[in-house]
Ligand binder design. Structure first.
Ligand code: NAP
Length: 287
């Protein structure tokens, strides 16, 4: 029951209506018996600084950050963990002992979760998009010992920014989606990860049947390639349905959602753990 003692954790992003974090986090908070609720707060770009600063003055126990603010929030934290510092992308904040925001990134561990049981050492990967989640994906692929990671972006400026985070990593290369090498790369790669929001369900988006960079981009894909789409709503996306028809192994964003959520909850509660199934069962009715 919500009382005058109840505090809250919030998800900040735009849009947030697609998010299933409130469902799974509230189930986990209830399991732990904590008097905390989890809510989603849509926030406009021009209000982000004010909202993040204000939330630390009220009874807010922590934050999750989603699209498109994972990088912008980096500069609004007073301290960050080493992984967040390397990626300059934050998805989880809590108040430190000085009541200031301490930021971390749990997406790296979340992303790796469904890949852990596959033997991917020295394999090659392509990452589509170069926003906040892409940084975690690239770090995850480095941690899994991939020999080559090619980032494909529509935007030269954001690609150059992202490459700065991995300046010392010779296995990481960046390309624009108009590059001639792309057909060959798609044909030969072992894993493709979509980190663009193309295909995501939102209130205003009736075009979630689109494929990232258009259908032509995918024509050389063959069945040996694993395709991982970070999107979990809908699951599968139009991309994963297309790749499934081509015979590829596909992975949607559900396991990553839960695995990063468990890590965030542990960060907010200084180490409390919840079984994976508690969050997974809560989501069953929704995806
Ligand atoms: P973000 O920081 O806004 O980055 C999005 C990236 O996609 C940017 O590089 C952007 O390019 C690119 N992009 C946007 N629209 C595009 C289009 N129509 N065609 C090609 N590229 C496009 O967002 P994010 O935080 O990285 O999140 C990205 C997606 O991953 C979202 O759908 C999110 O829900 C999902 N995600 C899932 C999980 C999970 O737990 N399963 C975790 C994190 C993220 P520009 O640079 O040109 O803007």
């Amino acid at each position: 029951m919500i009382t005058s003692q109840t505090s809250f954790i919030a998800l900040i992003g735009n849009p947030v209506t697609h998010s299933l974090s409130p469902i799974m986090q509230n189930a986990a908070l209830e399991y732990l018996g904590l008097d905390i609720i989890y809510i989603a707060i849509p926030c406009r770009d021009e209000d982000l600084r004010l909202v993040i600063k204000s939330l630390k003055k009220i009874n807010c126990k922590g934050l999750n950050i989603t699209i498109p603010y994972k990088q912008k929030v980096f500069n609004l934290c007073d301290e960050v963990t080493p992984v967040a510092k390397k990626l300059t992308a934050i998805n989880t904040l809590k108040l430190n002992s000085d009541q200031e925001w301490s930021g971390t990134n749990t997406d790296v561990e979340g992303f790796i979760y469904p890949l852990k049981t596959l033997n991917l050492s020295r394999k090659e990967a392509i990452v589509l998009g170069c926003g906040g989640a892409a940084r975690s994906v690239i770090q995850g692929l480095i941690n899994l010992n991939f020999s080559k990671v090619t980032i494909i972006s529509r935007n030269k400026k954001s690609l150059n920014e992202l490459m700065k985070n991995f300046a010392n990593q010779s296995e990481v290369k960046g390309l624009l989606n108009s590059d001639d090498q792309i057909n060959n790369l798609i044909e030969e790669t072992d894993l493709i990860v979509n980190t663009t929001p193309v295909g995501m369900k939102t209130e205003s988006n009736s075009e979630n049947n689109l494929l990232p960079y258009g259908e032509n981009f995918w024509k050389s894909l063959n069945s040996k390639t694993i395709v991982y789409d970070l999107i979990y709503n809908p699951a599968p996306t139009a991309l994963l349905k297309y790749c499934d028809k081509k015979g590829c192994r596909t992975i949607d964003g559900k396991q990553m959602l839960i695995a990063q959520g468990l890590k965030s909850l542990s960060f907010w509660t200084n180490g409390l753990e919840v079984p994976f199934e508690i969050m997974a069962n809560a989501l069953k009715k929704y995806i």
